[in-house]
Ligand binder design. Structure first.
Ligand SMILES: [Zn+2]
Length: 351
């Protein structure tokens, strides 16, 4: 029986670190578990250009640095090799010039159909996408990645992803060298679509879409903490996501879509978003181990995404030992963390 597991330090290609006091909670967890984190731009106001992105990345760095200086504060950050990758929100005003400044270049442009999710009011409407063709052309020539929240907000809730796929298909045809990521793919149809597309199209998969279904959300009492967009789907959909992640296929990689809201906000307003940054890595390790596919863990959690984004593979390792962590080890006061109240069978060995 394996008693120790060593993994490459994972990457998270889709995280909502938020801002102000929420960032104090998210940034240390990001640096604790991940090397590269692609920070999403839907702040208030949104990250619109490379200047905003540079300021945000520096602010995240400062929060991580302050956390490291305050010794004996959990989570521990032993290694400083943490890098924020930045993105800008695609708005009707976004131009090619806004993607770089003298000292910063963003990694990705995030397309939110207006109204699709939290703070997406500055996104673009589906009819406006055609007006951004000059920008997409620039992006494919200069290696910027287009990340898409692929849901049509006007479609019925369980069909939003399927209904958006033809729009992605048109973009793939028009811009054959543009790298496109379907974020948080959540349906069997979405997985099949990504597999059918050329190598320029990849997808992130979240921990919660691999672990939860509609029954967790509304099978007994309504659970606002299992609510996110895109909503978790059926068991058949979940099985297709698991297949994609477990196969180690290079098009699929981890993006947590970790998106905290305060507990009372979730309970009273039902805000969409699941906070998984503190638990996602140990939960995924347990899932891959239980499923007998541990050899695919590093591909899904670390190298597939790095390859897609043309980044070097991480060189740091994290070592876990078989030692049950008591429930609540990764609890964060004021927030509900994904499955933080379940015992976790592997604990991180700190050096
Ligand atoms: Zn997201």
């Amino acid at each position: 029986m394996t008693d120790r597991i060593q993994i490459l330090k994972p990457n998270d290609f889709h995280m909502h670190l938020r801002q102000e006091e929420v960032l104090i909670h998210t940034a240390p967890w990001a640096a604790h578990w991940f090397h590269y984190v692609l920070a999403m731009p839907n702040l208030i106001p949104p990250i619109r250009d490379a200047h905003d992105a540079s300021d945000y990345a520096f602010h995240i760095f400062e929060v991580v640095h302050d956390h490291m200086k305050a010794s004996r504060v959990e989570p521990r950050i032993d290694r400083t090799r943490f890098e924020t990758l930045t993105s800008v929100m695609l708005t009707p005003e976004t131009t090619a010039k806004m993607l770089s400044s003298t000292n910063h270049r963003v990694t990705a442009v995030k397309l939110y159909p207006r109204g699709a999710t939290t703070n997406s009011d500055h996104g673009i409407s589906i009819s406006e996408i055609a007006r951004k063709h000059e920008l997409f052309d620039f992006m494919q020539e200069h290696g910027f990645v287009l990340c898409i929240h692929a849901e049509d907000p006007d479609a019925p809730v369980l069909q939003r992803e399927q209904r958006f796929l033809p729009i992605v298909y048109e973009l793939v045809r028009a811009f054959p060298r543009l790298k496109i990521v379907i974020e948080h793919v959540s349906t069997a149809e979405g997985v099949a679509f990504v597999l059918d597309m050329p190598v320029t199209v990849g997808a992130t998969i979240t921990a919660h879409h691999l672990l939860l279904t509609l029954d967790d959300l509304l099978g007994s009492t309504l659970d606002p903490h299992s609510f996110c967009k895109p909503v978790v789907k059926t068991e058949a959909d979940r099985q297709k996501l698991l297949e994609a992640a477990f196969a180690g296929h290079p098009k699929f990689f981890f993006g947590s879509d970790s998106a905290p809201h305060r507990t009372e906000q979730k309970q009273q307003k039902g805000s969409a978003g699941i906070f998984s940054a503190p638990t996602a890595v140990p939960l995924m390790l347990d899932l891959f181990h239980r499923s007998g596919v541990l050899e695919m863990f590093d591909r899904f959690m670390s190298t597939n995404g790095a390859d897609f984004y043309d980044l070097p593979h991480n060189e740091e390792y994290l070592t876990f030992e078989r030692k049950e962590l008591p429930p609540g080890t990764y609890r964060v006061p004021g927030y509900e963390v994904l499955q933080a109240d379940l015992p976790l069978p592997w604990s991180l060995l700190t050096t």
